[in-house]
Design a protein around this ligand. Structure first.
Ligand SMILES: [Fe+2]
Ligand SMILES: [Fe+2]
Length: 288
């Protein structure tokens, strides 16, 4: 309980998102945006433009003729992928550092986040109210950012935290975090998201991804999509270590997402395939 102050200090020390990444995130929350809007932002950043053109012309995508404009590249690899590259390349510290407090290796958070993002984009298709696939992808990508802040405060206590869950002293890992540190990764993630100035639907999906019933009516479908995607990502083998074992699914998801348990299994395979393909072609390289 003593550490809440230092957690908030740590939030302030976290690297900010690049201007380009935050403008893209802002756009993803705006239903009306066009491909041209995205291209305009990307073109202002030489590094990002180079990366995207390199990816789209790589062997993995193998276009018939070289793609030389950002607009064509976005058409080819999709806006979500552009978002992934933008957020990933400017927040290496957030996603790539090891999460010692969760006993997860370096890159573990990125793997888990990317897999959740891919799952969220698929699950968005089953939402009972229309949600943007691009927004769902981004929400999946960012849902666990609080872990990068809180991890170091859990170091040395991971076993105790999982024991608390096993013995029923904590409802889930989130409760256990709260008992030890006075806050949890969803609340810390929300604070980091506000610090970064990202749009409200994303802030809510970070805040409530373990407690989707607490999200506002307006954003419940999105938050339930992320909740379910988080589970799919863990079933697929990409958790962030210790907390995966104590994950609790909110069975009420079927009120918001029209997908049965058997369809989930099919989706799991699809997400697996896409995850490995994406990771290899885009994020597998050293430079992230
Ligand atoms: Fe989480
Ligand atoms: Fe997660």
């Amino acid at each position: 309980m003593i550490m809440t102050k230092s957690v908030s200090d740590k939030i302030k020390e976290m690297p900010m998102l690049s201007v380009v990444a935050s403008r893209l995130l802002e756009l993803s929350g705006d239903e009306e945006h066009s491909l041209q809007d995205v291209a305009k932002i990307v073109e202002n950043d030489a590094y990002l433009t180079t990366r995207i053109l390199r990816v789209v012309n790589s062997a993995a995508f193998a276009p018939n003729s070289p793609i030389t404009t950002v607009a064509k590249a976005i058409l080819n690899i999709g806006e979500k992928m552009v978002m992934g590259i933008a957020v990933g390349s400017c927040s290496a510290k957030v996603f790539k550092d090891p999460l010692d407090g969760y006993e997860a290796a370096a890159g573990g958070l990125w793997d888990h986040s990317l897999r959740t993002a891919i799952a969220a984009r698929e699950i968005a298709n089953y939402s009972k109210r229309e949600i943007s696939a691009s927004l769902a992808f981004t929400a999946g990508l960012l849902h666990d950012i609080g872990k990068s802040v809180i991890s170091e405060f859990l170091v040395g206590n991971t076993e105790m935290l999982t024991d608390m869950c096993d013995e029923g002293k904590a409802g889930d890992f989130l409760d256990a975090e709260r008992t030890l540190v006075g806050t949890d990764h969803s609340e810390v993630g929300q604070q980091l998201a506000v610090h970064w100035g990202i749009p409200q639907p994303l802030v809510e999906s970070i805040r409530y991804h373990h407690r989707p019933e607490q999200a506002s009516e307006e954003n419940k479908h999105l938050v339930y999509s992320v909740h379910l995607s988080d589970l799919l990502a863990m079933m697929g083998g990409s958790g962030t270590g210790a907390d995966s074992l104590a994950y609790k699914i909110d069975d009420n998801y079927e009120s918001f997402i029209d997908i049965g348990k058997d369809q989930l299994a099919v989706l799991l395979l699809k997400v697996q395939e896409e995850f490995f393909g994406t990771k290899k072609s885009i994020f597998g390289s050293e430079e992230f």
